[in-house]
Structures are given as structure tokens and as C-alpha cells.
Ligand binder design. Structure first.
Ligand code: PLP
Length: 442
């Protein structure tokens, strides 16, 4: 282990003290959430059924969402800057979404038949996304990616899939530190994100066996890191040349414009996967693409590929998704939200710079990643653990001030937010940076 300087050691101790202090205040403020979490731990590993919802020391239990607010069990109100990891685009009380859901529920659920919303929703999706001639719905983004990869393998009659280091395409398609042990056993090659030369060489090397290149045009869970347009364009050209299908995972980025980030960047893949907000806040996923590929799933043809899923066209997701896309998230609303997110991210970066904070914000439009960096010369050798600890400190201080976002450093804006909400977030961050100037700046 590297010898630590006295300054580094002092820095670690101060950070540990600050974390213990904010942790104690957080615990004291959230006794009901703590008790619920401890009780859940007896029957759910770590008191959790969705890994990303756990954070240190324990997550607050949300009992209600209203507009852009979340309310927890201990009576606190938070401005919701998590936005359900981008699925909460419409906020919590959109009247149009609520009416659509009510209508679907009153019409009876689990109908076991095509319903009147799925085709209109499909028409809107196909009209908006440049790469989607035809689409099918799933229950989640994970399923959408699994189906798209399955389709690509069947279409090309090849078996390998190329993905990128740090990518997240679902719980069984995770490439944060190599492939996750619970990943589905597709054969994969993993390329470095935004490294054109490396990726193109790997494509060349595996050209006869590669069925698909699957990529997020902005890596979401991997830190909200946008792909360079030239990098995507290079992938587009190489895959076309080699008969490999290029699949954009726009589960997170589809909100960047009416036609997703592909429309904004002007790069059109062969297939696209969608999810999150497109079900109006109900469970959702979709995969779509070129007509000749999607036609493989036509059940009226003799050798059709199967695509099953009891809830693929569930009435709530279809009705709320259609209402949201047709009446609320119009192309104009999509552009406005994108611009508002771009301006907010710039504002946060300007604030961090003005304070000399070892902090930066990345992302695309309304999706924002928060990163902590090594501080001045004395602490250059800081390890990953202390960078995470500083995120923890910042997150808990912001939670205690009434702002919810992901501890790992992820924010997404929603349509129910006002400029005032953004102002208040920036002011609270300013305050936290002053309070912990010795740990977060310099
Ligand atoms: N792909 C991306 C880019 C995602 O961000 C996510 C979820 O966060 C998924 C796929 C998986 O979607 P789901 O959680 O609906 O399975």
C-alpha cells in the first residue's frame, strides 16, 4: 500500500468525522424509515428488492408523491431530483396521466387481448424515432434489450454482441466492472466507450461473428457520459459495412428530443430500445427498428420468432404512455426540457467552479451526473472510496435540506419542476459547499 502523507490522513479523518456527523443527523431525522428498513431486512436481503434504491446508511421510505415532491414516513418533503431514474418524467400528479390510468383501471385490467391504446402508442413511437419502423412492447428496458439482442442474433445468424465498458442495459446486462456474474450468458466483447480506434479494431477482429453492437448514446448509470457524435458515426459506418446491427439503448436518453438522442445527433441505428417514462410512469419497455428485422416477429408468418410477455400490452402502461406522449410530452415540451436541463447543468458547473469545488456535472439535457474529483495536490492520491464518501456526504446534506437524488450522483428533471425548484437546489448546493468547504473544495 502507498504511504500516505500526513495531509492525506488528516483529510480522511475529517471526512470520516463529517460522515459520522451527517449520518447521525440523518438517523435522528428518520426513525420511522430506519425501523421499516430494519424490519424489511428480515425478509428481503438488505431490506431491498431493487439494488439501486439502497444507499448509506439506509433509504428513506417514500409514502407519497405529489407534483414534484416526495413525502417520506417521517413527515419530510423532498423536491424530487431523482425522478425515478428518469421514468418519473411527468411528475407525480399529472392530471392527464391520472385520467388515463383511471380510465384503464375502470375498464378492467388483465384483459388478455389487444387493447385500444397499444397501436396508437406504437404509431406515435414509430412516427417520432427515426430508426423505428415497427415496435413491440415489453415490461422493462431490460427485457427490451434482451429481445433486441435476440432479434439481432436471429436476423444476422451470428452470436457475439459488442457492448461498452461501464454500460448498463439492465440488471442482467451490466458491464460496470467487466460482465456481472448475474448477466445472461450472451457471448460479449467489451470495448472502451468513446474510443473509436479500439472499438473499430474489435469490430474488425470479430466481424464474422458479431451480431450486434449495443450502445447507450449517453452512458446513463455509467455516470451520464455522452458518446461523441463522431464515435457513434464511426460505429454506424463500420457496422453497416460488416452487416452488424447497431442498437441504441435509448431507455434513458429517449427524452432528449421527440425522436430521442439519435434525432438530436443525426445518427440512426438499426434498432432502438426504450423504457422508463414512455409508460407514463407505469412499467414499460419497447424494442423497435427496421421493418425487415421487426417482421421476424409477425405471428402470421410460418416461422415467426416468439415474443411473449403477459403484461407486454398491459392497459395501464399503454393508456398512460399514449396519453403522455400525445398530450403532454410533445416535441416542443421535449425540446424545452432538454434546454432547461442543459442550462441547469451549466449553472451547477459554474457554481462548482466559482467555489473551487472538486465537483463536476455531466450529462445530456434533463439527465445529470454528479462527479467528485481528487482535491488539491496534497490529496491527489485519493482513492475511489473517499470520492464515494464525498458523494455520500453531499447527498445526505442535500437530503436533510429536502432534495432527493441518487447518492451515486444521478439527477433527472421532470416536467412538474419550476425554475424555483432549480434555484432552490442550486442555493442548497451552494450552502453545502460552504458548510464543508474543507472537504469538498480545494
Ligand atoms: N438501459 C438503460 C440505459 C437504463 O438506464 C436502464 C435502467 O435504468 C435499463 C436499460 C433497464 O431498464 P429497466 O430498469 O426498465 O429494466
Amino acid at each position: 500500500m502507498k504511504a500516505q502523507t500526513m495531509d492525506q490522513l488528516k483529510g480522511h479523518n475529517r471526512l470520516a468525522d463529517a460522515l459520522a456527523d451527517v449520518g447521525a443527523r440523518y438517523r435522528a431525522a428518520n426513525p420511522e424509515s430506519l425501523a421499516r428498513w430494519e424490519r424489511a431486512g428480515a425478509v428481503m436481503p438488505g431490506g431491498n428488492t431493487r439494488t439501486v434504491l439502497h444507499y448509506d446508511p439506509f433509504p428513506v421510505t417514500v409514502v407519497k408523491g405529489e407534483g414534484t415532491y416526495l413525502h417520506d414516513m417521517d413527515g419530510h418533503r423532498y423536491r424530487d431530483f431523482l425522478g425515478e431514474y428518469s421514468a418519473g418524467l411527468y411528475g407525480h400528479s399529472n392530471a392527464i396521466i391520472e385520467a388515463a390510468l383511471k380510465e384503464a383501471i375502470e375498464g378492467g385490467m388483465a384483459l388478455g387481448a389487444p387493447n385500444r391504446w397499444e397501436a396508437p402508442l406504437a404509431e406515435l413511437v414509430c412516427a417520432r424515432f427515426p430508426s423505428i419502423d415497427m415496435v413491440r412492447f415489453t415490461n422493462s428496458g431490460t427485457e427490451a434489450n434482451l429481445m433486441a439482442l435476440g432479434a439481432a442474433r436471429a436476423f444476422t445468424k451470428r452470436d457475439i454482441v459488442m457492448v461498452f465498458e461501464g454500460a448498463y442495459h439492465g440488471g442482467v446486462l451490466t458491464f460496470a466492472h467487466g460482465a456481472s456474474p448475474v448477466n445472461v450468458p450472451f457471448r460479449t466483447v467489451i470495448a472502451a466507450f468513446n474510443d473509436s480506434e479500439g472499438a473499430l479494431a474489435l469490430i474488425e477482429e470479430n466481424r464474422d461473428r458479431l451480431a450486434a453492437v449495443l450502445i447507450e448514446p449517453m452512458m446513463g448509470a455509467g455516470g451520464c457520459l455522452p458518446a461523441d457524435r463522431a464515435f457513434l458515426q464511426g460505429l454506424r459506418e463500420a457496422t453497416t459495412r460488416q452487416g452488424i446491427l447497431l442498437i441504441f439503448d435509448e431507455v434513458m436518453t429517449s427524452r432528449s428530443a421527440a425522436g430521442g438522442l439519435q434525432q438530436r445527433l443525426g445518427v440512426t441505428p438499426d434498432m432502438t430500445t426504450l423504457g422508463k417514462y414512455l409508460g407514463g410512469g407505469a412499467s414499460f419497455g419497447a424494442f423497435g427498428g427496421r421493418r425487415d428485422i421487426m417482421a421476424l416477429f409477425d405471428p402470421t408468418s410460418p416461422h415467426a420468432l416468439p415474443h411473449a410477455g403477459t403484461f407486454n400490452n398491459n392497459a395501464m402502461s399503454m393508456a398512460a404512455g399514449y396519453a403522455g406522449l400525445s398530450q403532454v410530452f410533445t416535441p416542443e415540451a421535449a425540446d424545452q426540457l432538454y434546454l432547461s436541463g442543459e442550462a441547469f447543468r451549466e449553472r451547477l458547473n459554474a457554481l462548482a467552479a466559482s467555489k473551487g469545488a472538486a465537483l463536476s456535472f455531466t450529462g445530456c439535457g434533463s439527465i445529470i451526473g454528479l462527479h467528485t474529483h481528487a482535491r488539491g495536490a496534497a490529496e491527489r492520491a485519493e482513492d475511489e472510496a473517499s470520492l464515494q464518501d464525498r458523494k455520500r456526504l453531499l447527498h445526505l446534506e442535500m437530503m436533510l435540506r429536502g432534495f432527493a437524488f441518487a447518492q451515486r450522483g444521478y439527477l433527472s428533471l421532470n416536467l412538474a419542476m419550476s425554475e424555483d425548484d432549480l434555484d432552490r437546489f442550486a442555493h442548497a448546493l451552494d450552502e453545502v459547499l460552504d458548510q464543508h468547504a474543507d472537504l469538498l473544495t480545494g
